[in-house]
Design a protein around this ligand. Structure first.
Ligand SMILES: *Cc1c(COP(=O)(O)O)cnc(C)c1O
Length: 368
């Protein structure tokens, strides 16, 4: 049996490079609560990402939950069914009703043309996802938000380092939320961040992630414990030193897949990044009807060869029991997302993927 190839593998810098960071934590005995590494990582990430303010979190999901709380979002929020379940779960955790809207067939991001029809007097915000790191149609979404006085909170869990023609894609909307989970392009084992437009918003978010404390004796909101620890922040600082190299390797894997698969009938790659700065966080393909195998048969064939591709995002969020009874979750409302969920397969992509492993994957797809 050949060694397994997983869809992703966390990027781990050499262990000896991490030891000095640990030594510093042991020396200073500051383990969490906004210690020196936490402060340094917030500053370093602002510089790297090209954003002004950023609040670190212990994971992306608590970031999403806190972003909604910070903006006092209530009622109904328009979101996508084609995402990781945490997107919609963050709404339920705030007692908000998700209203699902279909996606665009080319980007698989929330389709702005369908948003207006889903707006009701209870709608207060839109929560789109930059799926696979492809930027949403941010201009069209902002226009609708402005017309109807809605907030926009981007689930930017896939969008670390992504830029459009002007700058970071994270500057759009009222808030954007990153995930630094082990499976993401940039990881702190577990972690996340909210990108904030100004210092005042960051201050409120910093309070909410620390139980709502504003000083030693004053609590102003039912905040949560969402603080990133020093060990995670230290790892993030180390990881940041290597991230450009990791992104460059991802880019070359993306190009190699596109080249190898371009003439394979029935395999469609999503559009490439073009002029934008992408992060190549995923390599989704759509297995169309003219491919000799069904998507699930191909998934199984890869698995039989120890290649563990993943069907992101299948099932749709709207197929899970806490969502499927909602009117907006019906399949007839979401034909594009439903079709994509039946066809998609994410192929292995990560910095340490060897060329020989990549060839193992593409030769099965080509049916060699
Ligand atoms: C990973 C992910 C999350 C959750 O982030 P965690 O850091 O794992 O809590 C949320 N939304 C999307 C789209 C994700 O991919």
């Amino acid at each position: 049996m050949k060694p397994p190839i997983y869809v992703t593998q966390p990027y781990l810098p050499p262990l000896e490079e991490f030891i000095p960071y640990l030594q510093e934590i042991w020396d200073k005995k500051m383990l969490t609560n906004g210690g020196p590494f936490h402060q340094q990582l917030e500053k370093a990430l602002c510089e790297y990402l090209g954003v002004k303010h950023l609040a670190l979190f212990s994971n992306g999901t608590l970031g999403l939950i806190t972003a909604l709380q910070a903006l006092r979002i209530t009622g109904e929020v328009i979101t996508t069914p084609y995402s990781f379940v945490a997107t919609a779960h963050s709404l339920l955790w705030n007692g908000i009703k998700p209203v699902f809207v279909d996606v665009d067939p080319n980007t698989l991001n929330l389709d702005p043309a369908r948003i207006e029809a889903a707006i009701t007097p209870h709608t207060t915000a839109i929560m789109p996802v930059h799926c696979y790191g492809h930027p949403c149609d941010v201009q069209a979404i902002q226009k609708i938000a402005d017309n109807y006085n809605l907030k926009v909170i981007y689930d930017a869990a896939h969008a670390f380092g992504v830029q459009d023609e002007v700058g970071s894609v994270l500057r759009h909307g009222d808030l954007s939320v990153l995930s630094f989970h082990a499976t993401k392009v940039f990881n702190t084992f577990e972690g996340g961040a909210i990108i904030c437009p100004d210092a005042k918003t960051k201050l409120r978010i910093d309070q909410l992630k620390n139980f709502g404390f504003v000083d030693e004796v004053t609590v102003v909101a039912p905040g949560i414990n969402g603080k990133m620890s020093e060990i995670n922040a230290a790892f993030g600082l180390l990881q940041l030193k290597h991230v450009d190299q990791a992104l460059a390797r991802r880019k070359s894997i993306d190009a190699a897949y596109r080249e190898a698969l371009k003439n394979v009938p029935g395999i469609r790659c999503l559009q490439d990044a073009g002029e934008q700065v992408a992060n190549y966080s995923y390599f989704p393909i759509l297995v169309e009807a003219d491919y000799p195998l069904s998507r699930d048969a191909l998934y199984q064939k890869l698995k039989d060869n120890s290649i563990f591709a993943r069907r992101y995002f299948y099932p749709l969020i709207t197929d899970f029991p806490m969502y499927r009874g909602m009117p907006s979750a019906h399949r007839e409302n979401l034909p594009v997302a439903f079709a994509a969920a039946q066809k998609v397969l994410c192929l292995p992509i990560y910095p340490n993927l060897a060329n020989s492993d990549l060839a193992r994957v593409t030769s099965i797809l080509k049916g060699d």
